[in-house]
Design a protein around this ligand. Structure first.
Ligand code: ZN
Length: 72
C-alpha cells in the first residue's frame, strides 16, 4: 500500500508544493522534515514515502543511507 487518504504522512507526501521544512532531504524511502505540533524546537522526523501501519525496523541499508547523507 503506497498511499492512504487521510493519513497525515501520505497526504503531505502527495503535495507538489511541500515547503522546504518538510523536505530537508528526500531519498527513495523517506524524507527528513521538521516536526510540527511539538513543543521541542528543531525536532526532526523521517516520514516514510510509502504508507506504513506498523513501526518498521531501520534496516542496515537505510542506516547506511542516513550516514552517507549526514556525512556528505
Ligand atoms: Zn500513510
Amino acid at each position: 500500500m503506497d498511499r492512504v487518504s487521510g493519513c497525515l504522512s501520505c497526504d503531505r507526501n502527495e503535495l507538489t508544493d511541500r515547503p522546504v521544512r518538510e523536505q530537508i532531504l528526500v531519498t527513495e524511502f523517506w524524507r527528513l522534515a521538521h516536526a510540527f505540533g511539538t513543543p521541542i524546537p528543531g525536532w526532526l522526523v523521517l516520514p516514510p514515502l510509502r504508507h506504513r501501519t506498523v513501526r518498521v525496523r531501520i534496516t542496515q541499508r537505510i542506516r547506511t543511507g542516513l550516514r552517507s547523507h549526514a556525512s556528505g
